[in-house]
Design a protein around this ligand. Structure first.
Ligand SMILES: *Cc1c(COP(=O)(O)O)cnc(C)c1O
Length: 388
C-alpha cells in the first residue's frame, strides 16, 4: 500500500498542496472567507447572478413547489415540470432543437463522449482542454488523440489519418485556465471535411460572450450545422448549478437512451432548475452586465500591462497572469491575501509544468474601484516577489 503521508509531504514540498478556504455568505466581490472580508477575483460567477435576489427568489419558490430532492433519476420519476421547462428554454436560448439537462458539466462531458464513441473509434482533444473533457475522452475507451493548442491544421491532419470508426472532436470554447478562445470556425470546418462529430464545451462563454450572451458560437457566428453538439454549464455565468447538452432531436434522444451519466444519477433539485430559468431571463433582460464586464476586462488589461505583468491572450473575464514557478505563484497569491485580496494560484496538473499562474477572474458585480485596488496590490507585491 502506498505511503499516503509521504505522498502528501512530497506535494507540500513541491508547492502543489491544495487546501480549501471556507466561505460564509453568497458569492460577491466582497465576501467573507476564512472569517475575513476579502475582495475576491476567482469566482466563475461572471455575471453576478449566483446571489441575485431574483434568482434566489425563484429558487425559494421552486423549493416551495417541488420540495428539495428530485427523488429519482430523470428516467424514473425525478424529471419535473421545472426541468422540462428549463430544457425547452435552453433549446430556445441556444437555437437548437432540444437540450438535455445533466447534474454537472463533468457528467455531461463523460456522458456524451461515452455515448458517441468507444473501442475502435477515436476522440480528438486540444491539449489544454478542461480535465472533464480529457477524462471523458480517456474513459470512453476510444483511441485518445491530442492536438496542439488551438491548431486546427494539426487537427485536420490527425483526422485525415483515421480511416475507420467514429471520430469525435472535443474542445473548450473558452479555455478555462487561459481565457483564450478556440478557433471554432476552423475546427468546425476540419470536422465537416473529415466526417467527425464536433462538440464545444462552452462552460465559460455561455451568458458572457456574444451580443446576446449565447456564448462562443454566437461570437464566432456559428450555428448547429457547424457545431452539432453544444455543451454548457449552469454553475458559471448563469450562477446556478448543473449543465446541459443542446443539439438535434436525434442526438438528444440518443443521449437519453444511452448516456450513463444521465441515466444512472439523481436529477438535480427542481428548485435549481427554477433558479436557472430566472437566470436565463436575466441574461436577456440585463445586457448591461456583459457590457460592464467587458469594460472591466479592458481596464484590468490596460493597468496590468502598465505594471509590466505578463498577461495572456484573453479577451474574456478569465485574465490569468503568467508567473511560471509554482512557489512564486503561491507566494504572490499569499501576498495578495495578506492585502485582503483573493486570487488563486493555479499550478500543475491543472496547467502544464512551468506555467503556474494567478488566475484573475472578473465579474459584472465588480466595479472599477475593485479592479484598481487589485492593480495597486499587484504593484506593491511585485517588488516583494521579485526577490523570492
Ligand atoms: C467547470 C467546467 C466543467 C465542469 O462543469 P461542472 O458543472 O462544474 O461540473 C466542464 N468544462 C469546463 C470547460 C469547465 O470549465
Amino acid at each position: 500500500m502506498k505511503d499516503l503521508r509521504a505522498e502528501l509531504a512530497a506535494r507540500r514540498a513541491a508547492g502543489l498542496y491544495r487546501h480549501r478556504r471556507t466561505v460564509d455568505g453568497p458569492q460577491a466581490p466582497r465576501m467573507v472567507i476564512d472569517g475575513r472580508e476579502v475582495l475576491s477575483f476567482c469566482s466563475n460567477d461572471y455575471l453576478g447572478l449566483a446571489g441575485h435576489p431574483v434568482v434566489v427568489a425563484a429558487f425559494r419558490q421552486g423549493a416551495d413547489s417541488y420540495g428539495v430532492g428530485s427523488g429519482a433519476a430523470h428516467l424514473v420519476n425525478g424529471h419535473s415540470r421545472a426541468h422540462h421547462a428549463l430544457e425547452a428554454e435552453l433549446a430556445a436560448f441556444t437555437g437548437r432543437e432540444r437540450a438535455l439537462l445533466f447534474s454537472t458539466g463533468y457528467m455531461a462531458n463523460l456522458g456524451v463522449a461515452a455515448a458517441l464513441v468507444g473501442r475502435g473509434d477515436a476522440v480528438f482533444e486540444d491539449r489544454l482542454n478542461h480535465a472533464s473533457l480529457l477524462d471523458a475522452g480517456l474513459l470512453s475507451g476510444a483511441r485518445f488523440i491530442r492536438y496542439p493548442h488551438n491548431d486546427a491544421a494539426a487537427l485536420a491532419g490527425k483526422l485525415s489519418e483515421r480511416e475507420t470508426g467514429e471520430k469525435l472532436v472535443l474542445t473548450d470554447g473558452v479555455f478555462s485556465m487561459d481565457g483564450d478562445l478556440a478557433p471554432v470556425a476552423d475546427l468546425a470546418q476540419a470536422c465537416r471535411r473529415h466526417d467527425a462529430w464536433f462538440m464545444v464545451d462552452d462552460a465559460h462563454g455561455l451568458g458572457v460572450l456574444g451580443e446576446h450572451g449565447r456564448g462562443t458560437l454566437e461570437a464566432a457566428g456559428l450555428g448547429p450545422i457547424d457545431v452539432p453538439i453544444l455543451m454548457g454549464t449552469l454553475g458559471k455565468g448563469l450562477g446556478t448549478a448543473g449543465a446541459f447538452v443542446a443539439g438535434a432531436e436525434d442526438l438528444i434522444e440518443y443521449l437519453i437512451q444511452t448516456a450513463r451519466t444521465y441515466i444512472y444519477t439523481t436529477a438535480q433539485p427542481p428548485a435549481v432548475a427554477e433558479a436557472t430559468r430566472a437566470a436565463l431571463k436575466l441574461v436577456d433582460a440585463e445586457p448591461w452586465r456583459r457590457d460592464k464586464l467587458q469594460g472591466l476586462v479592458t481596464r484590468f488589461r490596460t493597468g496590468a500591462a502598465q505594471l509590466g505583468l505578463t498577461l495572456m491572450d484573453s479577451p474574456t473575464p478569465i485574465q490569468p497572469l503568467l508567473v511560471g514557478d509554482n512557489q512564486t505563484a503561491l507566494a504572490m497569491s499569499e501576498a495578495l491575501w495578506d492585502r485582503g485580496i483573493l486570487v488563486t494560484a493555479i499550478r500543475p496538473p491543472t496547467v502544464p509544468a512551468g506555467t503556474a499562474r494567478l488566475r484573475v477572474t472578473l465579474s459584472a458585480a465588480h466595479d472599477e474601484r475593485d479592479v484598481d485596488q487589485l492593480l495597486t496590490a499587484l504593484d506593491s507585491i511585485s517588488c516583494d516577489t521579485n526577490n523570492v
